[in-house]
Design a protein around this ligand. Sequence first.
Ligand SMILES: [Zn+2]
Length: 162
Amino acid sequence: MQPLEVDQIRASFVNCSRGEAKTVTVPGEVPWADRDFLGWRDPKAPARAYLVLPYEGEVIGLALRAAPPARSRVSSNMCAFCSTTHRVSDISLFSGRRAGKLGREGNTLGTYICANLACSRYVRREIQPEIPQPNEWLTLEERIERLEDKVHRFVARVLESR
Ligand SMILES: [Zn+2]
């Protein structure tokens, strides 16, 4: 993605208050060219997570909340964005208020994704998940395309009633 300025990031949020947007801790050094979206958890408040990306000619930022780790009988789960299989402890349910009318009515949307929001790094094999992955024969370009497609679908649903 193209590099973003701190002001652009702060101005991008569509589903939180201006007050919260102002207090967001924005990450420092970002290797922009190797990121499909900027995703991070607030180091001062780790349950707060943010996702910022170019979307249909705009910069869209989403404020999300990470649910506390669930007790689960299954041992692994797959990230809904990058399709990486993780131990359940490395996957989190993130949910965010929807933008516009639906959000004002209290409507939220959740998705299970990499707890560290490092999907761009997993698809590029910059980092490896803790557990073996099922065989898959996609190229890097195809993995990136799939990730972008899934993130965009999520953003579209958040923005549906904007
Ligand atoms: Zn992921």
